[in-house]
Structure formats: structure tokens, C-alpha cells
Design a protein around this ligand. Structure first.
Ligand code: ATP
Length: 239
């Protein structure tokens, strides 16, 4: 798996329509590792970077390619390879129940309804969610919804999985479950998180600060640098 950013930058017009805001400064990167974590302060640009990876955001200049496919020109093909999990699972659970949501994901791979249902149930079983299959997604807890969203994304067997703060809504047990589950996946995984323990399990860490990648390398050293940066920032902040 190769994700390539070639001088990719994201700029938008500021809400007042005047100046231009840079959400991500020009970035050239080749991501080939199986486990990549992105950390950084609130508003630093993590989600912006992740959204570039499956074409949810187009670069304002430069390009992003996934296994040689351009995320703008070949967006649909890219999205078939790159599964994306949002921080808020309700932004991606579109069907009334977990079973129907996974069935929706499987509509291409399993065109016949009875087979689709059986396959969807198997997916939910794999995640220990079978007892919730026919519950309303609105009656599920935040963590349960997050696991359902993940099972829907993985149901189509993407080659790459991008997760935006996947443990934010999870309790400790479900965090451990998710961490183990991610560790066992064959997919390339790119995730943004404020969970520094989770970030340390990656092979490669990117630290983003004020729209710029300020560290790229070994996770343990990167987390140390990020802690120092955060501490220095906190000291300059006055209530
Ligand atoms: N469409 C937009 N127009 C203007 N500003 C935007 C737009 N999208 C994002 N931003 C701003 O860009 C910055 C980076 O946002 P981003 O969501 O990438 O941050 P983040 O690192 O994921 O933050 P968090 O940890 O809080 O989720 C933020 O200041 C955000 O307000």
C-alpha cells in the first residue's frame, strides 16, 4: 500500500471571504507503513490530512495518490480502497439498524438479499455485535455505534482504513477491544488520535502543529516531543 502526497496543501477562503486560511501547508509524504498515527493539538490539521487520503477533501494544490490512483480524478476508485471512519459514528450510520447498515455496505459484493443478510450477520458476529443487530442505531451507546460504524466500513474489505479519533467515545474495555482489533487487521491503518498510548503502537508517527507536519518518525520520540510542545504552549496561555 502506498499513499503519496506530492506538495499537497489545503487552503480555504476565510469565513469573512477576505483572506485565505491554510488548513494544511504544502506536504510531501509517502506512507507505506502498516500502522501510522497522527497526533497534534485541537485544530492543528489532523482531520484535514486524513480527509485528503480518501478524497473527502481535494488538495488546493499538489496531489494525493493512493496506490497510484489520484484522489480527485479517480475519487470513487480511491474510496473503494480507503475505508474512512469518522469521529462521530452517526455521521456515517445511515440506516435504522446495525444489520441494515452493514447490509447497505455489502450491496455490491452480495447482490442477493438473503446472502447479504447472512454475510452482514457474520460481520456483526465478528465484532461481538450480533445481539444489537436489529436495535435502532439511536438506542445504541456512543461506543456501540462506533463499533457498528467500524464493522460497516470493514465489511467491504478496504485495503486501507483511515480512522479519525476512533477511541474518543469508547470506555476502557471497548478501547482495548478496538486496539486489539486494529492490531489484528491486515489493512494499512492511518489514524488520528489524542490517545498517546494508541499512537505509540504505530510504526510511524506524524505530529501536526499549526497546519504543518513538525515530526515524522519513531512514535515514542515523537510523543515525547509533542508533550514538550504542548507543555510549552500551555505555559504561555493566560486565563
Ligand atoms: N472548511 C473550513 N473552513 C474554514 N476553516 C476550517 C474548515 N475546515 C477546517 N477548518 C479549520 O482548520 C483547522 C484544522 O481543522 P482540523 O479539523 O483538521 O483539526 P484537527 O487537528 O483534526 O482538530 P481536532 O483535534 O480538534 O479534531 C481548524 O482550526 C478548523 O477550524
Amino acid at each position: 500500500m502506498t499513499i503519496e502526497l506530492k506538495a499537497a496543501a489545503v487552503r480555504v477562503k476565510s469565513p469573512d471571504g477576505g483572506s485565505e486560511l491554510t488548513l494544511l501547508e504544502e506536504l510531501t509524504l509517502e506512507l507505506t507503513e502498516q500502522r501510522i498515527a497522527v497526533i497534534g493539538a485541537n485544530g492543528s490539521g489532523k482531520s484535514t490530512l486524513l480527509r485528503l487520503l480518501n478524497g473527502l477533501i481535494a488538495p488546493s494544490s499538489g496531489s494525493v495518490e493512493v496506490n497510484g490512483l489520484d484522489t480527485v480524478r479517480e475519487g470513487a476508485a480511491v474510496r473503494r480502497q480507503v475505508g474512512f471512519m469518522f469521529t462521530d459514528p452517526l455521521s456515517q450510520l445511515v440506516m435504522p439498524t446495525p444489520l441494515e447498515d452493514v447490509e447497505l455496505s455489502l450491496r455490491r459484493s452480495h447482490p442477493k438479499a438473503p446472502e447479504r443478510r447472512a454475510a452482514a450477520l457474520q460481520v456483526l458476529e465478528r465484532f461481538g455485535l450480533e445481539s444489537l443487530a436489529e436495535h435502532s442505531v439511536y438506542s445504541l451507546s456512543g461506543g456501540e455505534r462506533q463499533l457498528v460504524a467500524l464493522s460497516s466500513v470493514l465489511a467491504v474489505q478496504p485495503k486501507i482504513l483511515v480512522l479519525d479519533e476512533p477511541t474518543t467515545l469508547l470506555d476502557l474495555v471497548n478501547t482495548h477491544r478496538l486496539v486489539e482489533l486494529l492490531a489484528g487487521l491486515e489493512q494499512q491503518v492511518v489514524l488520528a488520535s489524542h490517545d498517546l498510548e494508541l499512537a505509540c503502537r504505530a510504526e510511524r508517527l506524524l505530529v501536526i502543529d499549526q497546519a504543518k507536519v513538525v515530526y515524522d518518525g519513531d512514535p515514542v520520540a515523537g510523543v515525547r516531543q509533542y508533550r514538550e510542545l504542548a507543555l510549552a504552549r500551555a505555559k504561555t496561555w493566560k486565563a
